[in-house]
Design a protein around this ligand. Structure first.
Ligand SMILES: Cc1cc2nc3c(=O)[nH]c(=O)nc-3n(C[C@H](O)[C@H](O)[C@H](O)COP(=O)(O)OP(=O)(O)OC[C@H]3O[C@@H](n4cnc5c(N)ncnc54)[C@H](O)[C@@H]3O)c2cc1C
Length: 464
């Protein structure tokens, strides 16, 4: 009989990624009643994925999820290996040799494309770049955004678009006591943006904001929301969507849009215009974005199945800065089957499958890389619990001999010159960030380069 999952032969699981889904998977494994050791591998020295690098700086309460993750990380059966990228520093095969199972919880770090001419003009950016930049993500800290333009356009009407809109619309006073990266605060302080246009391809009843996030766009100190009353006229299908009990969110959004539309003429320095039933079909300019050409849409289909269909009616908007916020895709890792269409790892209920639909023993996925980029932080808990349940059901088919876990990986990493960041190393970086923020009245001043983070550790080892 297999001894896997007993104190003599603990189940060794490698978790790739330290965002919410990685931590919820760890929690579920460590509470399973089996003897389990979790090694979490994260490509950055800092853990927490999009809770650190995605959630907007002016939403600090949402970052409190980190307190739960810290508790999980403090457990003796949990081990963090930061600054280790799977696919670059270690292969999946190497992890398979050292661990009984691997859970990929590596998120969806790439963007969907609009697929229109001019998309790659300078001045046209993904929301990911801007979000990463203001949050101090090392991959994006060197991006530049031409904020000397007066007009910015955001394509998409979900909560990430709302985040981008707030960061463009808010004053420095509204942002300066958040954990926004200092380079972003300095650049936004010089911003000349006056108009922010937030554009959706479907109607107001289909906008994807959640009501709290939409309401906030009407509460900025120096930016008025603008909705043309006529834009809230809806077709019968949309009206019938709004009376469905399961569709409270959109009904609430409509009330908020109506309140915006009824406001007195805008007086604030900046304005945030909402546009519906418009799709960008071309971006033009001479190397740099100069204008967006939109096509007017109509809705077609039954309630809740309505899709946008172009009408051929066109409108242009002069603008020098555009953000595409239309969804995310996972990034492939060699050795993990990838669904190109959906941008996720091919899986059935969290078990990775090959292109013939056969389950690959010992490989699992959780969170955005499993189901795509939907849901809030908390949504990942149930998702990770389901993946761990599948893994534990498979104990009998996992290769059951003893495995070394991370101890078997450190020699490879040392040979490859990788400075592994442990959780106590991260604690030192964390403390240094908090210290740097204190004089500015900020919760932290993030290090925005890997080098900067590692320098804290080098300094520590020099003084001890
Ligand atoms: C801009 C933005 C704002 C958001 N704001 C909110 C909000 O306010 N409230 C809310 O509830 N939800 C919010 N969400 C949603 C929430 O962040 C996600 O539901 C959640 O982070 C998904 O968790 P995950 O663990 O699947 O992925 P992630 O959080 O993306 O974590 C993936 C981790 O894997 C690591 N990784 C990737 N590839 C590798 C590799 N090859 N090797 C090692 N590590 C790797 C990444 O560095 C990252 O740390 C937001 C999302 C975005 C994009």
């Amino acid at each position: 009989m297999s001894t896997l999952g007993t104190e003599r032969n603990p189940l060794r699981v490698a978790i790739v990624g330290s965002g919410p889904s990685g931590f919820y998977a760890s929690e579920s494994l460590l509470k399973s009643g089996y003897s389990v050791r979790v090694d979490m591998l994260e490509r950055l020295p800092a853990p927490y994925g999009l809770v650190r690098n995605g959630v907007a700086p002016d939403h600090p309460k949402l970052k409190q999820a980190i307190l739960v993750y810290e508790k999980i990380a403090e457990g003796p059966e949990f081990n963090f290996l930061g600054n280790v990228s799977i696919g670059r520093d270690l292969t999946i095969e190497e992890l398979q040799r050292t661990h009984h199972a691997i859970i990929f919880a590596c998120g969806a770090e790439a963007d969907r494309k609009l697929g229109i001419p001019g998309e790659d003009l300078s001045g046209s950016h993904t929301a990911t770049e801007f979000v990463g930049w203001y949050n101090g993500h090392p991959d994006y800290r060197d991006r530049t955004f031409n904020l000397s333009n007066e007009v910015a356009v955001i394509i998409g009407q979900g909560n990430v678009a709302a985040d981008v809109c707030r960061l463009l619309g808010k004053t420095v006073d509204e942002l300066k006591h958040t954990d926004i990266a200092e380079h972003a605060l300095a650049a936004l302080a010089e911003s000349k943006i006056r108009e922010i246009h937030v554009v959706g391809r479907r109607g107001p009843a289909q906008a994807k904001f959640t009501p709290a996030e939409l309401r906030e766009l009407g509460e900025m100190a120096d930016c008025d929301p603008v909705v043309a009353p006529g834009d809230l006229d809806m077709n019968p299908e949309s009206l019938s969507e709004l009376v469905e009990k399961t569709n409270m969110i959109n009904a609430k959004n409509i009330k908020i849009f109506q309140e915006f539309a009824q406001r007195a003429a805008p007086t604030k320095r900046r304005r945030c215009y909402f546009h519906f039933l418009k799709s960008p079909i071309e971006l033009t300019g001479d190397g740099h974005l100069k204008r967006v050409i939109f096509e007017k849409n109509r809705l077609k289909g039954d309630p809740f199945q309505q899709v946008a269909e172009g009408t051929t009616e066109r409108k242009e908007l002069a603008c020098g800065l555009l953000f595409r916020s239309i969804g995310y895709r996972g990034v492939p890792i060699p050795g993990a089957p990838f669904d190109e269409r959906r941008g996720v790892f091919l899986n059935k209920g969290g078990r990775l499958i090959d292109k013939y639909n056969s389950i690959i023993p010992g490989l699992y996925a959780a969170g955005w890389i499993k189901r795509g980029p939907t849901g809030i932080i908390g949504t990942n808990r149930a998702d990770s619990v389901a993946t761990v349940k599948a893994l534990l059901e498979d104990l009998g088919v996992l290769s059951g001999g003893e495995k070394p876990g991370a101890e078997g990986l450190y020699p490879y990493l040392a040979k490859r010159g990788i400075r592994v960041v442990s959780f106590s190393d991260w604690r030192a970086i964390d403390a240094a960030e908090v210290e740097r923020g204190r004089p500015k009245g900020k919760p932290r001043e993030k290090f925005t380069t890997v080098k900067g983070m590692l320098a804290v550790l080098n300094k520590r080892s020099e003084t001890t």
